[in-house]
Design a protein around this ligand. Structure first.
Ligand SMILES: [Zn+2]
Ligand SMILES: [Zn+2]
Length: 227
């Protein structure tokens, strides 16, 4: 995993081998404005900002942060990024309360031996599918519960490819996270139906053919016994 352009205008700027071992992957979209998908665990905000600059972008143009779910390895950078650049924070309505309350269990902050402060969000997704239109492109945010009740997967069609961001698709499915296997089954079926060309995952990097994407999802369906 290294700082790179995945396809034109989509970049990986953070992740376990890139910024901090505790970070989930952080993706940058350049659609005239800059959009981040997730923010890492918080310790690496400076490195993420440096990476955005290394790619030739001005982080002041960061307008939106789309959060895939409420866990600290994905949301930890939010308070600092919000303070420095003021982007709008998006998350599903069911995963918003742990951020707003600073819930140390539901954000998994206590797992990471850190704390997460009560943090307001700007936009709460509240539909099975929400569409953000940005610079002529269409970003689709799908409610895909399973790992957490308000997990969201994001996809867009760009340069002839369908790119899917599915962060903790692999789980784990734990009672203390409010995980649900039946939901996860339905959600991963939806993801298979998308027939994505590229999967940008949350901890294991990037899968670059339709077959690799499908095999990856199927391997976890096999593991969880829902084939
Ligand atoms: Zn994660
Ligand atoms: Zn998670």
């Amino acid at each position: 995993m290294k700082l790179s352009e995945i396809i034109k205008d989509i970049f990986i700027v953070g992740g376990p081998d890139l910024t901090d071992g505790r970070d989930g992957c952080v993706y940058l979209l350049n659609l005239g404005e800059l959009i981040l998908i997730d923010t890492g665990a918080g310790w690496s905000v400076d490195k993420i900002i440096k990476n955005i600059e290394k790619l030739g972008f001005d982080p002041k143009n960061l307008t939106k942060i789309l959060l895939t779910h409420c866990h600290i390895d994905h949301i930890g950078g939010v308070p600092e990024l919000k303070k420095r650049f003021g982007p709008k924070i998006y998350i599903h309505i069911l995963d918003a309360p742990p951020l707003e309350k600073g819930d140390q269990i539901l954000t998994a902050a206590s797992w990471y031996q850190t704390t997460f402060p009560p943090t307001p969000v700007d936009v709460k997704f509240n539909f099975p599918e929400e569409i953000l239109r940005i610079g002529g492109e269409k970003i689709v945010c799908l409610h895909t519960p399973g790992h957490t009740p308000g997990s969201v997967c994001i996809y867009l069609d760009l340069n002839g490819k369908r790119i899917l961001f599915a962060q903790d698709l692999h789980g784990p499915l734990l009672e203390e996270f409010g995980s649900n296997l039946g939901d996860w089954d339905r959600s991963t079926k939806k993801l298979l139906d998308l027939d994505a060309d590229i999967l940008c995952e949350g901890h294991f990097g990037i899968f670059k053919t339709k077959k690799e994407v499908k095999d990856y999802i199927l391997s976890y369906r096999h593991q969880y016994g829902v084939e």
